[in-house]
Design a protein around this ligand. Structure first.
Ligand code: GDP
Ligand code: IMO
Ligand code: MG
Length: 429
């Protein structure tokens, strides 16, 4: 009864959607367990490009049932838009194949407004959030004043809860942040419409998942964001407000500790981050431009959700060692190896220097990476284009050397190597 967890090992955008799509061929259920529409997961099948924010990426496969777990925060307006978009692209969405946890939380325009107001108030110390209301929605949840999707099942309950919530939001907007209040009556009316449409999708998805596992079905848990954006384990405070790491899959789906089997860490062949926060291996200048691309290709390093250029740098082995620990990663899916073609030389950060001391592992959590100096190992690059390669033996020696160096530095096998965004551009070992 396997539950396989797919988790981002860096700062998000590792190519999780692409890897989920690949492994969904063998699965029955794909389940999102944390975050909300701050995520942007890209799946490329032939000429079709799907950009998913809330629906699990596996939904692109007709045989998959998609779950939106209790650990998520869901904006019903953007979910309904996304459902329309994927339907137009020929994907069927109905309550038999998409199930939303009745214990997931709702994101309201109030949460979005507070996200913006808090970022503006932080000024130069801003987090660089996606502006989707994620932090304020999880704040409501932790504060025990959140709005669970199950409110949509009880006549009148949602409107009352929204009225109470918006009263508090408007007080904060006006008194704390000196901003305009929101039109609560309009929001309540809009939400009545969303409730009407989404009610048939709600259920206890944990019980559904448990039954599926007992019947021998395979569930893929689709991580959003990444390890270094985890509220506890990331580069706090430059993090998101959820638990994207693998243990979050159990809490966020309502399954027990014994359920998990493989934990597949998705690792991009270099490091990227969007938003503020420390980044010890960050590059600027020509090398950065080459890694980032110009934005002409859909896979160039510009945010899927916000379009912001991503910061880029060399792969950071010290942070990956940490990611392997906090997630219990059993294997690695390496993406975007094709992007490293054409560099004379590649670098891997294998240690940090602080003062006179060298550290192969983080001496403390990644909350304070500011004083760390990256120490690099240099590896030979390769010229050859990898995008048509389908066999490990056909890789140039230097490309095999890069992958083998990762395996030996990390002690975890690289079982999947992606050399392009399209479903078929992959080598499985
Ligand atoms: P996610 O958030 O982890 O699902 O990743 P995103 O979809 O935000 O960003 C990954 C980007 O890289 C997308 O544009 C993918 O289509 C693309 N991509 C994924 N794997 C590969 C790969 O191996 N090579 C190239 N060139 N692009 C890839
Ligand atoms: P996927 O699932 C990359 C980043 C934001 C910001 C920080 C907090 O596509 O990998 P938030 O809106 O969550 O409060 O923003 O987290 N962030 C992501 N970066 N990929 C993502 O998702 C992200 N989701 C949030 O840029 O730095
Ligand atoms: Mg993304």
């Amino acid at each position: 009864m396997p539950l396989n967890i797919i988790v981002g090992a860096q700062w998000g955008d590792e190519g999780k959607g692409r890897v989920v799509d690949l492994l969904a061929g063998e699965a029955d259920i794909v389940a999102r367990y944390s975050g909300g529409d701050n995520a942007g997961h890209t799946v490329t099948v032939g000429e079709d490009i799907f950009k998913l924010h809330l629906l699990p990426s596996g939904i692109v496969h007709p045989h998959i049932v998609g779950l939106l777990g209790n650990g998520m925060v869901i904006n019903p307006a953007t979910l309904l838009e996304e459902i329309e978009q994927v339907r137009e692209a020929g994907v069927s969405v109905n309550p038999d194949r998409v199930k939303i946890s009745s214990a997931a939380h709702l994101i309201t325009p109030g949460h979005r407004a507070l996200d913006g107001a808090r970022e503006r108030a932080r000024g130069d110390a801003k987090i660089g959030t996606t502006g989707r209301g994620i932090g304020p929605a999880y704040t409501s949840k932790v504060n025990r004043s959140g709005l669970r999707t199950e409110l949509m099942l009880v006549d009148g309950a949602l409107s009352q809860a929204l009225a109470d919530h918006l009263k508090e939001v408007n007080y904060q907007l006006e008194v704390v942040y000196r901003e305009e209040p929101l039109d609560d009556q309009k929001i309540i009316r809009d939400f009545q419409g969303y409730a009407e449409q989404l009610r048939p999708y709600l259920s206890e998805t944990g019980a559904y998942a448990e039954k599926a596992l007992a019947e021998g079905k395979m569930i893929l848990a689709e991580g959003a964001q990444g390890t270094l954006l985890d509220l506890d384990h990331g580069t706090y405070p430059y993090v998101t407000s959820s638990t994207p790491t693998a243990p979050g899959a159990l809490v966020g789906l309502g399954l027990g500790i014994g359920s998990a089997d493989r934990v597949i860490g998705v690792v991009k062949a270099f490091q990227t981050r969007v938003g503020e926060g420390p980044f010890p291996t960050e590059l600027e200048g020509d090398l950065a431009t080459r890694l980032r691309g110009t934005g002409q290709n859909q896979w160039d390093e510009f945010g899927t959700t916000t379009g912001r250029p991503r910061r880029v740098g060399w792969l950071d082995i010290v942070l990956l060692r940490y990611a392997i620990r906090v997630n219990g990663i059993t294997e690695i899916a390496l993406t975007k190896l094709d992007i490293l073609s054409g560099f004379d030389q590649l670098k891997l950060c294998t240690a940090y220097q602080i003062g006179e001391e060298i550290h192969q592992r983080l001496p403390m959590g990644p909350g304070n990476l500011g004083g760390m100096r990256a120490i690099y190992e240099e590896l030979p690059g390769w010229e050859e284009d990898l995008t048509s390669t389908r066999q490990w033996a056909d890789f140039p020696e230097a490309a095999r050397g890069y992958v083998k160096a990762l395996e030996s530095l990390l002690g975890v096998p690289v079982t999947i190597i992606s050399v392009g965004p399209e479903r078929s551009q992959v080598i499985q070992r």
